[in-house]
Design a protein. Structure first.
Length: 281
């Protein structure tokens, strides 16, 4: 009997000890059975949105009463004359950066009171090459004329009129010498008796926007020609000190004084000419 009680007591103590070992230890998470641990998802970082591409500037829209086409270009003529034709020297230098065409547009806008219906017309480089250097001067090709060129560069602008500003070759008064466009000339005898001047031979043409025919202005440039004929002293805008005459011709590009003097002459010439084209507007 005592043996049976001893065995029963021993078995009950063993069971209690085993039960204590199966309890969860403090501070530990219970083990999961039948399922595997969930691994964190490998998420790729969300790509940043690409910067919105800049939209091109909207083209000018609305009514175009006047399309301005500045075609002076960036050429500056350097001409030197002596007593005979054998002493003549002529060069043409690029003055890109002087902004002569931009100056034309600015003076037109000033003459029209900054009218919003006045629009500058862009055109491809070389568009006026055939106008300035035609294949033949005896039998002009209509395709090289101003109306044809303007028509070709304005297929969709639909302006009511076009104002085109170009340069031309003009005769030096009292001589047979020709001054080409915009530039400077030096004339005299030998190296002692010489004088220098600036010149700006600028032509303004108005074309109908539908037919591209020239619109005549009978009194255009009349005031300028009259004032020039009555002048008894040298024009301070054109008078140039011999020290400023570019020798060699390539010295034009770095001559800031020559740049400002030329721009002033071009602006003054336009300011005298343009009002005649807008008198009836």
């Amino acid at each position: 009997m005592m043996r049976i009680l001893f065995v029963a007591f021993f078995l009950s103590g063993f069971a209690a000890c085993a039960g204590a070992q199966t309890q969860t230890a403090p501070g530990t998470a219970p083990a999961q059975t039948g399922t595997s641990a969930v691994k964190p998802t490998d998420r790729k970082p969300t790509p940043r949105a690409k910067a919105t591409a800049k939209q091109p500037v909207a083209a000018e829209s609305g009514r175009c009463r006047l399309g301005v086409i500045p075609a002076i270009g960036d050429r500056f003529a350097v001409q030197k004359f002596g007593v005979t034709v054998f002493e003549t020297e002529e060069s043409e230098v690029s003055v890109e950066g002087w902004g002569l065409d931009d100056l034309v547009v600015a003076r037109v806008r000033a003459a029209t009171g900054a009218d919003p219906t006045v629009r500058r017309i862009a055109y491809p480089k070389g568009a006026f090459e055939s106008f300035y250097h035609p294949t033949s001067r005896i039998l002009p090709d209509p395709r090289e004329g101003l109306p044809a060129i303007v028509r070709s560069i304005t297929p969709s602008t639909k302006c009511e009129r076009y104002l085109v500003v170009t340069r031309f070759k003009g005769q030096l008064p009292g001589t047979n010498l020709m001054l080409d466009g915009i530039g400077a000339y030096n004339r005299g005898l030998g190296t002692l008796i010489r004088h220098s001047h600036l010149f700006a031979n600028i032509s303004v043409s108005m074309l109908d926007g539908s037919t591209y025919e020239r619109i005549s202005r009978p009194f255009a440039n009349f005031g300028t020609r009259l004032s020039e004929s009555l002048r008894v002293t040298e024009d301070p805008l054109t008078k140039l000190d011999n020290s400023l005459f570019p020798e060699p011709a390539t010295a034009v590009q770095g001559n800031a004084t020559l740049r400002e003097r030329t721009r002033a002459l071009v602006a003054a010439t336009l300011d005298q000419t343009l009002p005649d084209y807008f008198k009836n507007d």
